[in-house]
Ligand binder design. Sequence first.
Ligand SMILES: [Zn+2]
Length: 509
Amino acid sequence: MKPDHQFGARRVYYNNFAAHLLNAYNPNMLYPDLPYRWSDADWRGLIEMIAAFGFNVFEFWLVPRLFCRNALESELGREFTRQLNVVIEHAHKRDVKVEMLCSLATVGPDWRTFCPNVKAEWEELRFLWSAWAQRFPELDIAGIFPGDPGGCSRNGCTAETYIDKSVEIAGLIKEKLPRAEIEFHTWGPPFFAWGIIQGPPGWQGEFAQADQHTAWVGNRQRTERSMIHLLKRLPDFPEPTSVAINLGFNADGDPKEGEDGRPWAREIAKSHRILTWNFSLTEGENAIVPHFRFERLFAQRRKEREAAPYSGGICFTMTPLLNQLSLYEAAHSFTNPDADWRELAGDFFEAIFGPAGRDAVDFLPLFEVVPDWGNYAELDLSREEYHARMTRFVSLLEDLKGSEGNRGMVDASLSPDGSHSAFGASAAPTLPLHPSPEAYRQEVLFFAGLVADLTAPAPDIDRLRQRYWDRVYAIYDQLPEHVDPRPHAATDRLIQFFQEKMRNTTTRQ
Ligand SMILES: [Zn+2]
């Protein structure tokens, strides 16, 4: 096997900064006048950090808001282009490749999916793919995915349409960017939405939240037909092309009966590099907390290693300024799936805060409690015990003030051009953290304080909800309602979880 096809060889940092996932810990790439914009130095600091963690691909989503003629011609589109080219240039200095991910056919701020079987719409899609490819002349990988949002079932479109049209777009990209690789994504049940998504009467491809669940209703016959078609068409993709395929054709990548992706993955791997794309492992897309779902992450990696000759995959984040630990663990889950994830978390905290930082590891699971996509941990603690532990964690984090940064962790944002290197010649290994270790301590302390207050006797729930909202999602106070208004729902779920917990405890008393 080629070295770059070995398990975990390709470790992809995937930052989803789409408009429905904006928050204080994610770059705002879409609203120049609103908060959470990142400077070029911020981006270089981020690249320093993820390269030191072990990632070798930086992946961004060219969101539908940008994938339209209007954005191409706007100041927003020009600035996005300029800054991503800065990212690409710096990533290459750290041997990190850059991948642009884009839905085959979903266009514009209202997430409308164009139909490849409508001539004018297909011509527009070809134009957009061509124009954006030319915006990033040094791009390493172009990823084509079926949707979410997106996918067409109008005018006879099926999963096979998506495959055939992706072959055509891949050829177009190769014309514009001869050195670029293609990554072809099977996302969904598989091939999210194509041929199965239902729309309202008179549907012209507009996004309809109420119908999104139909994009996941696949069946065995459709899976077999479309995967056989993919195997037939794979040789028509330009070399080299990788295929993203999970162990199972469902949101958790679970290879259960009727949704098993493994036989197809093995078949594809005979001729093409295969990768996974399991979003649920690192963060999911809802609850924003300091994540700690590493037992499942490492167990899944070991299953991937056994299942098929995977060469790596995506590690998803929508909170890179909060979940640095999760990213650190995710990169290691590919390089060493047998590692002890508790030890790794201890190493991470010791690098930031010195040996006393290791004590933080006992408290971190207390954040990963909200039942959510990818989090199935159940914590059986009384409210009183919960509150007592979180209060101790607050004290620990306060005591750690001033000790950060004097171990192996350095502030990546201080040296944006990257004069330091990870595990360099000095006695103490350095591991760049972005932003600063002190900023990280303050964020974890915010969450510890919030949860300590949520589990206190008689908390003021409305005030605490507002405190969370203002810290995490304040940007939405300045935005019109999004087509996918999930921040409100995510906040409600988090607050309701603790309310419920307290109610249950009260009942027992
Ligand atoms: Zn169509």
